[in-house]
Design a protein around this ligand. Structure first.
Ligand code: NAI
Ligand code: MG
Length: 357
């Protein structure tokens, strides 16, 4: 029997609630395919501060490093808001991403037919169908470039941040995008600002070279300001978007809102081998924590991504996605996606329904 080691970081607030449910779903699917999952639960975020005095203890990072994949809930909450920058729960996220070398963030944005009414976009736009994937570079660019403060000759305070990318980093993320596109609609859009930025011009040169190895995938380009507009005007035109760290940060938040609820969206952060960290895009939601109100579907769909990308079990991933869709089709909704005429259920009930499906 195949066995995989999965590090589990439930974190804080609703992270704990939705992760418990996702683990049940994973166990059920693993049993179907005769695979054994060995879960090791570790602390990061606020709960780690309470127990160890730091958001990301070495032991947590080590357990993650020795596993095949990581499932993360969410970290943070008002209890730790008074703490300074390096001691905050959210510091654990950056530490995990850089410590584990997770350079690619994949965020699928999909509207389920059943949830079209929950989108803030007009029906006529949503009707065309939205199913895209943002591939964001996660460990380079302006968030990691040289920064500092100086003073001008006139005595004005001045500050700078630098966008730096090299060929290796760009080619590496581009490959993720083309590989993903091959399994989808075979279209990659490079989003950049090549009309102004030298770093963007390097992105274009390198991505064109990588594209030569994927003749079956169509490549086009879009300036980031236009992409921001096109995402709300005609999101159906996109399949895979590949872009730099900062552009990806901004565009993926914009794109996620197309679906209407943050409680539906999963993400993965991966590197060149099959290892990855999987998490819902939402936070610990202190306003609804402990009330059985959280939508567990984003975390369940993150588990599906874990099966697909880290365990090579695409069929198991499809099973989970189909179960989620079937529960929506049956008319069950948590509060965040509830609309007139559907049945409102809590976190636990939603989890049980997905398990049954
Ligand atoms: P949030 O995503 O936790 O919540 C935003 C709003 O969406 C809230 O009204 C919440 O109730 C709702 N919401 C979120 N997830 C939901 C779900 N699954 N089902 C139903 N409703 C849901 O973002 P917020 O409030 O800005 O941050 C709360 C804490 O979480 C902060 O400490 C923040 O730093 C942290 N955070 C952690 C993240 C992570 O661990 N990856 C990501 C974002 C925020
Ligand atoms: Mg962001």
């Amino acid at each position: 029997m195949k066995e995989f080691d999965i590090a589990v970081i439930p974190g804080d607030g609703i992270g704990v609630e939705v992760t418990a449910i996702a683990l049940k779903v994973m166990e059920k699917v693993a049993a179907k395919y005769d695979v054994r999952l060995a879960f090791t639960e570790v602390l990061a975020g606020g709960c780690a501060i309470d127990t160890y005095g730091e958001p990301l203890p070495d032991s947590t990072l080590e357990t993650c490093q020795n596993s095949d994949a990581v499932l993360l809930g969410a970290v943070g909450g008002p209890k730790w808001d008074h703490l300074g920058g390096n001691q905050r729960p959210e510091k654990a996220l950056l530490g995990l991403r850089s410590g584990l070398g997770l350079y690619a963030n994949l965020r699928p944005v999909k509207i389920y037919d059943e949830l079209k009414g929950a989108s803030p976009l007009k029906d006529s736009i949503i009707e065309q169908g939205v199913d895209l994937l943002i591939v964001r570079e996660l460990t380079g660019g302006i968030y990691f470039g040289e920064r500092g403060r100086t003073t001008t000759d006139e005595g004005y305070a001045s500050a700078f941040d630098s966008e730096v990318y090299n060929e290796f980093e760009i080619a590496r993320i581009a490959k993720n995008a083309f590989e993903a596109a091959r399994l989808r609609q075979k279209k990659v859009t490079l989003v950049d600002k090549a009309n102004i930025l030298e770093s963007s011009r390097l992105w274009r040169e390198v991505v064109v070279k990588v594209a030569k190895h994927y003749p079956d995938v169509e490549l086009n380009y879009m300036y980031v300001d236009n992409a921001a507009m096109q995402l709300v005007k005609n999101p159906a035109q996109f399949d895979v978007i590949v872009t730099s760290n900062m552009f990806g940060d901004i565009l993926s938040d914009e794109a996620s809102m197309i679906t209407g609820s943050i409680g539906m969206l999963a993400s993965s952060s991966v590197r060149q081998d099959s290892f990855g960290m999987y998490e819902p895009i939402h936070g610990s939601a202190p306003d609804i924590a402990g009330k059985d109100l959280a939508n567990p579907l984003a975390q369940i769909l993150s588990a599906a991504m874990l099966f697909e990308y880290s365990l090579g079990m695409s069929e198991a991933a499809r099973d989970i996605e189909n179960a989620v869709q079937s529960v929506l089709k049956q008319g069950y909704r948590t509060g965040d996606i509830w609309t007139e005429g559907t049945e409102k259920v809590g976190t636990t009930r939603m989890g049980d329904l997905v398990l049954a499906a």
